[in-house]
Write a new protein. Sequence first.
Length: 263
Amino acid sequence: MVDFSKQKYLPLLGIEAEITIDRKKGSRQHRSGNSFCMVQYGNMRGFSSDHVYVLSNAEVPDSFSGIVIAVAINRITGKLKLVAAPSDCEFYEPYIANALSFQEKITETDYICLYEKTCGGVIYTLKGKIPYFLLVENADSKHIGFPKGHVELGEMEKQTAVREIFEETALKLFLKQNFRSEYRYTLNGTIKKRCVYFLAEFSENSNPVIQEQEISQYWLVPYNEAIKLLNYPQDRIVLIQAYDRLRKELAIIDEKRACSAGV
């Protein structure tokens, strides 16, 4: 087996170069659920490889300016292939691996990808009228934030969020409507991460059971404590947005109860 180190391949991601499509090798249309992409072969100026894979949402010109969105490495042989795309296309690992599975066996290939997408939730339970928020500490990074995880093939955002939260906490949730918060950031100066969060409630009678391989500890705390525990400013903004939404919702509920009581 080949020694596989993610760090040494990162400089290849995001490289911009002129790509020439090799029409003789043909093309392949790939569909998975609601997603569609074209798989073509090309040559990338300045890179001595037999070809690069080119993924796109539609036909591309014979020659175009593209970027490297992934590196495919065969675990057994160590052979490396670049995956490129037009600059306005975002493809994530599950879709890249599935689209190229006719050539690169999923069980033998590792992918280092430029784009990553995770979905999760600001999850809470009510104790009286006070929302208590569940925060988790990642076992590897020690980052304190919300439960979340990577999108899998064919999933919608909410499906990913519910699945990942259940895997990490064993909690069954009620997703709130009309709340979605998203932010982006760059990891290690290269990887472009996209995080999407929903707002969800769980029963006060439910107890989190954490996935110890992923989560080292958790907190169930009111807003004033949660805002201090969060590591990232972007996560604090998401919590502020969620808390503001909850306060308005709880105020409306109180108003309706008062009206029903004839107050």
